[in-house]
Unconditional design. Structure first.
Length: 585
């Protein structure tokens, strides 16, 4: 499998992330405590081996790699800018607290959850696939911080990498792209592919005129912001977002295998698939369906080689699935449950995005390299339909996982939209004579199309307000102090956002989920909390995110136990209702 330098870098990073999760998970499964720096050494070795193993394109791909790296830097930089200056998570919702609970548990024990009794403390997170949580805890140890500070940069990096991989897929499948094939005009059989590292290949420079349209595919991802950005900047679907990186990497591997069958492509699929399962396994189904289609349609590859490719691609994923699923069959019940997720609509996607994607799908169906777009969308639709039936039969009012499939669909849809631009550019080229000046003009027109699309997509992004942060460094420090010095169940929350209170209650103070107090909505309601602290005989302690902003009646009737910038731990004067309160330790 021959790849550009940019693709080698991205796939090696995917290998690093997947290896870190898999190694930490394996250490835990054999009964040992996870050693972060042992995991780091093994993961670096796996990434280096992946980089060296993948065959580089012999010549002429500098511009493509430059664009690839620029995409990673631009997207990663933009997402870090959104979270400045602390780079803490910027989303809200209960999912944020739930994910941080599992990260906190891993950091305190360096083991995963094995005690069934902890289900009452952690809820569904006791059985959750722990990939992203392991990564956050490990990265916190590697950087001498903690999982809370590491989780957002990890998510941001995963988004940047999958945007770059979308570019890489587009450069391979857009109409007009010169395929990487052998002298006979078709990808070589698997048995010979292993020996083609030095084979004569078309120069990547011949594919470079397609780069503006491949970049357009990346730009189009930002159009359905609900699915590409708000999934983590608003709703904190952290595991799902990181799993999307591995799903896109699996698609990239399938495109590479279809182009040139090789064991390397199958193993990249397996590595990414193991990562996808360990983070959020819902995406596995469509990619496995697509794997079957891709391998079945390569009739020029022997049955033996096709079976070998399937075994190499599916075997590691199956092992991870079997090991994790043992004793956790009840976790599959999530397919029949309801949950918050936005219903797909024209407004959510954007009318122009849907029109371009629809036209692109029709065009892709008639173009051999681009057909993987159609196959992936069909597989996503098939799984969404099956999940919808399961949810409907259980009486769920909102088919949670079926609706979640829209988050994965935006990636093939974005490339389908870029197909339309590539076809327009190709038609423009066909109507012009050759020559250097004409070629330069065609390239300029392609870049103008990409620039115009960027303006269309960037304008609403610029106008959109920054996400409201529900976690902060001062609140976190106050919560950590309270957990170490007072009884966690005796602490109330005088904060401005109910998600902040929920996060403090579960993830910072470590209170259990299955308690009357946690189930009571008033526990986290900011107005109800203020009333409790105006009235006598409530909980003895409270965390406030901004002491100076509290009503005067409360500020003058409490003692400040400890300040952390604007945040503070305050103590009620007089009688309290918590029997465990015994004063700071």
């Amino acid at each position: 499998m021959t790849v550009t330098t940019g693709e080698r870098i991205a796939v090696s990073m995917v290998s690093f992330l997947a290896s870190a999760m898999a190694v930490a998970y394996a250490i835990d499964r054999i009964g040992l405590a996870i050693a972060p720096f042992v995991v780091l050494i093994v993961s670096i070795a796996a990434a280096a081996a992946t980089f060296l193993w993948l065959r580089p394109i012999p010549r002429g791909e500098r511009g493509e790699t430059t664009a690839f790296i620029a995409i990673i830097a631009a997207v990663f930089g933009y997402l870090l800018w959104l979270a400045r200056p602390t780079f803490l998570p910027i989303g809200g919702g209960p999912d944020l607290a739930h994910h941080l609970v599992l990260i906190d548990y891993i950091e305190r024990h360096w083991r995963l959850v094995h005690d069934p009794g902890l289900g009452a403390v952690m809820g569904e997170m006791a059985d959750y696939t722990p990939g992203v949580h392991l990564l956050a805890a490990l990265a916190g140890a590697w950087t001498r911080t903690d999982g809370l500070h590491a989780i957002y940069p990890i998510v941001a990096l995963s988004v940047a990498l999958k945007a770059a991989l979308v570019f890489a897929i587009a450069t391979r499948v857009l109409p007009g792209t010169v395929p990487r094939v052998n002298a006979r005009g078709a990808p070589p059989p698997l048995a010979r592919a292993r020996r083609l590292g030095s084979a004569s290949l078309p120069s990547a420079a011949s594919r470079w005129p397609q780069a503006p349209f491949a970049i357009a595919a990346v730009v189009m991802l930002f159009a359905p912001r609900e699915y590409f950005l708000r999934s983590f900047t608003d709703h904190s679907f952290l595991a799902q977002v990181v799993s999307e990186l591995f799903a896109v990497a699996m698609w990239w591997a399938l495109v590479g295998w279809y182009e040139r069958p090789s064991i390397a492509a199958a193993i990249v699929f397996a590595i990414a698939g193991a990562g996808a399962f360990l983070t959020w396994p819902v995406w596995i189904g469509p990619l496995l369906l697509m794997l079957v289609v891709v391998i079945a349609l390569r009739g020029d590859v022997s049955v033996r080689d096709r079976l070998t490719a399937i075994a190499a691609a599916v075997g590691p994923i199956a092992i991870v699935a079997v090991v994790h699923s043992a004793g956790r069959v009840r976790a599959a019940g999530i397919a029949a449950t309801s949950g918050f997720v936005v219903w797909p609509s024209i407004d959510v996607f954007g009318a122009w995005f849907l029109v371009l994607a629809s036209i692109g799908v029709v065009v892709a169906a008639t173009n051999r390299p681009a057909r993987s777009i159609v196959w992936l969308l069909a597989a996503i639709a098939l799984q969404a339909g099956a999940l919808f039936v399961v949810a409907a039969r259980s009486g769920a009012d909102r088919p949670y996982l079926a609706l979640k499939m829209a988050y994965l669909a935006i990636y093939p849809m974005a490339i389908a939209g870029a197909v339309v631009f590539a076809v327009v550019g190709r038609a423009f080229q066909a109507r012009r004579d050759g020559g250097p000046k004409r070629a330069a003009l065609r390239t300029q027109v392609a870049w103008l199309i990409a620039a115009a699309l960027f303006v269309v997509v960037a304008r609403p992004l610029i106008k959109e307000p920054r996400p409201t942060r529900v976690v902060s460094e001062p609140m976190y420090l106050a919560g950590q102090w309270a957990r170490a010095n007072v009884a966690a169940e005796c602490v109330d929350y005088l904060v401005r956002d109910d998600d902040s209170a929920y996060w403090l209650h579960l993830a910072v103070l470590g209170n259990a989920r299955q308690t009357d107090r946690t189930r009571e909505a008033a526990t986290f309601d900011p107005k109800a909390a203020l009333i409790r602290w105006i009235q006598p005989a409530g909980l003895p302690y409270a965390i406030t995110d901004d002491f100076d902003a509290l009503p005067k009646d409360i500020r003058t009737s409490v003692d400040v136990v400890r300040r952390f910038g604007p945040a503070a731990i305050v103590k009620r004067r007089g009688r309290s209702t918590c029997e465990q309160a015994a004063g700071p330790r």
